[in-house]
Design a protein. Structure first.
Length: 139
């Protein structure tokens, strides 16, 4: 019985470690108008089309972005974790430049994120995701 309790405790601990974190650390102020350009290093990737960009290591300065030109599958969908992994892979160690734009709602912000088109050099993140094999999906 003691071995079973130990095994169950170990499995529970492993499950807790493997579960994705849902709290995002991005706390910086969001630009409030279209056409604002900002850049920085990707500090956090929430899913296949949401990321945090910042110049410093302080999460209070990181801007949370929702890609305007790519709609990745949601994390709960079968292709969602792979879409997130692809965004991590294509942005790792790169400087990303973003330009805010209005979304479908006519606003530049949505759910505490700014809507923006982002690129690395001359390649948009949307194009890089497509080249990595990520198919659009989600809501």
């Amino acid at each position: 019985m003691n071995h079973r309790r130990t095994a169950l405790s170990a499995l529970w601990a492993l499950a807790c470690l493997a579960a994705p974190a849902h709290a995002d650390p991005c706390e910086g102020p969001l630009p409030q108008r279209a056409g604002v350009v900002f850049s920085g290093t990707v500090r956090h990737v929430g899913d296949g089309d949401s990321l945090c960009i910042g110049r410093s290591t302080d999460p209070n300065e990181w801007i949370e972005v929702r890609l305007a030109d790519f709609n990745a599958p949601e994390l709960r969908e079968p292709a969602g974790p792979a879409a997130r992994a692809a965004l991590v892979q294509v942005t790792r160690g790169q400087t990303v430049v973003c330009r805010t734009q209005k979304g479908r709602s006519g606003r530049v912000t949505s759910f505490d994120r700014v809507i923006a088109r982002c690129s690395i050099g001359s390649d948009s993140l949307a194009d890089l995701l497509r080249r990595a094999g990520v198919r659009p999906g989600g809501n």
